[in-house]
Design a protein around this ligand. Sequence first.
Ligand code: ADP
Length: 259
Amino acid sequence: MSEDVDRLLRRGEEEPRIKDADLYETVEEVFDASTVLTILSLIRKRVLKRISGVISAGKEARVYLGYAPDGRPLAVKIYLTSSAEFRKGILKYIAGDPRFQGVKTSDTRALIYAWTRKEYRNLVRMREAGVKVPEPVAFLNNVLVMEFLGEEGKRYPLLEEAYKELEREELEIIYKQVLEELEKIVCKARLVHGDFSEFNIMVKPDLDIAIIDVSQAVDYSHPNARDFLERDVRNINRFFKNEANIDVLSDEEVLEGLF
Ligand code: ADP
């Protein structure tokens, strides 16, 4: 594989060569050969030029800061194909979604590829509906490439990290925006986020927000969509009421506004 990597990274005379050691340092220890090949394939397709430091190392996925050939920063989310528990966890979101009929649920790798594709499609659908999510750039197998939300290589803080530093008025502005995004997700994109919380909302310096981690979002026709939506509303209202300490609408009022 080393020769392969070397050859791939040498192509493109105009570009300075990236040391294969850089790529290896970042990805080789954690990922299997097929994931490394997937990343190389994205490099060959000129989606990516290189992968830099880790932004987040979760149990199911790792998110890296990457760069496009034009220097644009990217977020590269790589799902770990080895997590059997993850397989069980995602089944309930894939089963019942009309977009994922025919995916063999016994095949963990196929399921994770479908999951990656689902997150990409959910991003596309939300973007088209005007929801503030990172712009989807590409996906291949278990790798999703999207716009990097941050500045100078530093990601924006999550609402969970930012709220303690914010004034009441600022939190009220954010709550209003959160409800607006929720409405666009449900009424325009016809999706339910399914994990809507202070951990999946980013806060930009101008108090604009972005919604992330849309992999588990389901079509509104999903049999559990209503339950997922009620849970999303409960979670977000609980956060703003109990943690951010601002006045919130009741869960019922929020839900009524979505129909
Ligand atoms: P997980 O399902 O592993 O929680 P997330 O999609 O929530 O994956 O991403 C994990 C973390 O990576 C986020 O909490 C955030 O800090 C960072 N992250 C995710 N997407 C982006 C992005 N587009 N730009 C910058 N940072 C991101």
